[in-house]
Design a binder for this molecule. Structure first.
Ligand SMILES: Cc1cc2nc3c(=O)[nH]c(=O)nc-3n(C[C@H](O)[C@H](O)[C@H](O)COP(=O)(O)O)c2cc1C
Length: 217
C-alpha cells in the first residue's frame, strides 16, 4: 500500500482486537519512529499500554477498547511543537496504515497513566492509539472542497492537495482549515482558536504535501 492509498483508506478506529502488534511489524514501526525523531528532532515513543492510558471514564467518553499500545508525541516545548507533532504524527499514522495497523489520534486519555519518557524542557503533546482494529473504521461527514478554499482555476497539484486534506483526521472532525495560493506557493491556515487547531494544521499540511508533491516552506 502506498502513502496515497493509505490517505484514502485510513479512518479513525477506536475498538481494537486485544493482541499485541506482531514483532516484525513493531520493528518496522519503531524504525520509522526513529527516522521521524531524527528528521524532526522529536522524542516520539511507541509504548505498549500496560497502565490503562485508555481506561476508565475516557474509554466511556470515546469508546476506546482493546488498544494494545500508543505512540506518545513528545518533543522540546515551544511555539511550533503542536503543529510539528501533527505533521510528524500523521506521517506515522499513514505509515502504520501501510503496515496493516489502525490508529486514532487521542486528545482524551489518562495523562497520568502515560509512561512516556519526557525529559526536562520537553512536553507530552498527545498520543495516538495503535493496533489491529476490529474493523477498519468508517468514512465520515466532510466539508466540501469550496468550504476549504476559494482559489479559482487551480493547478492540478493544488486540487490533489486539498482533496487529500479533506480526508485528514482533525479533532472532533472540525476541519477548520483553509487553503489559498500565494503566487505558486500553497498557504494553509486554521480558522478559529479551537483546541488542537495547531495539531490539525500540521496534520492537514502533511496530507496536502503528500498528495501535491509541493511543500509549504
Ligand atoms: C488532534 C486530534 C485529537 C483527537 N482526539 C480524539 C479523542 O480524544 N477521542 C476520539 O475518539 N477521537 C479523537 N480524534 C479523532 C477524530 O475524532 C477523528 O479524526 C475525526 O472525527 C475524523 O474522523 P476520521 O479520522 O475517521 O477521518 C482526534 C483527532 C485529532 C486530529
Amino acid at each position: 500500500m502506498t502513502e496515497l492509498q493509505a490517505i484514502q483508506e485510513r479512518h479513525s478506529v477506536r475498538k481494537y482486537v486485544d493482541r499485541p502488534i506482531n514483532e516484525k511489524t513493531l520493528a518496522e514501526l519503531n524504525k520509522q519512529i526513529d527516522l521521524v525523531n531524527e528528521r524532526f528532532g522529536l522524542h516520539v515513543q511507541y509504548i505498549p499500554d500496560e497502565d490503562g492510558v485508555f481506561s476508565g471514564i475516557v474509554s466511556k467518553i470515546c469508546g476506546w477498547s482493546g488498544i494494545p499500545g500508543y505512540i506518545a508525541m513528545v518533543g522540546k516545548d515551544g511555539d511550533g511543537l503542536d503543529e510539528l507533532c501533527g505533521y510528524a504524527g500523521e506521517r506515522l499514522v499513514l505509515y502504520a496504515q501501510t503496515l496493516g495497523l489502525n490508529t486514532c489520534w487521542a486528545g482524551i486519555f489518562r495523562r497520568k497513566s502515560c509512561t512516556a519518557k519526557v525529559n526536562d524542557g520537553e512536553r507530552l503533546v498527545l498520543v495516538i492509539a495503535i493496533g489491529y482494529g476490529v474493523n477498519s473504521g468508517h468514512s465520515r461527514r466532510s466539508k466540501t472542497f469550496s468550504d476549504v478554499t476559494d482559489v479559482q482555476n487551480m493547478p492540478d497539484w493544488f486540487r490533489a492537495g486539498v482533496e487529500a486534506a479533506l480526508l485528514a483526521p482533525t479533532a472532533r472532525n472540525q476541519q477548520k482549515f483553509f487553503f489559498t495560493l500565494d503566487g505558486d506557493k500553497p498557504v494553509a491556515q486554521v480558522t478559529g482558536n479551537a483546541p488542537f487547531a495547531k495539531l490539525d494544521l500540521g496534520i492537514v499540511k502533511y496530507h496536502f504535501e503528500a498528495a501535491s508533491g509541493r511543500t509549504f516552506e
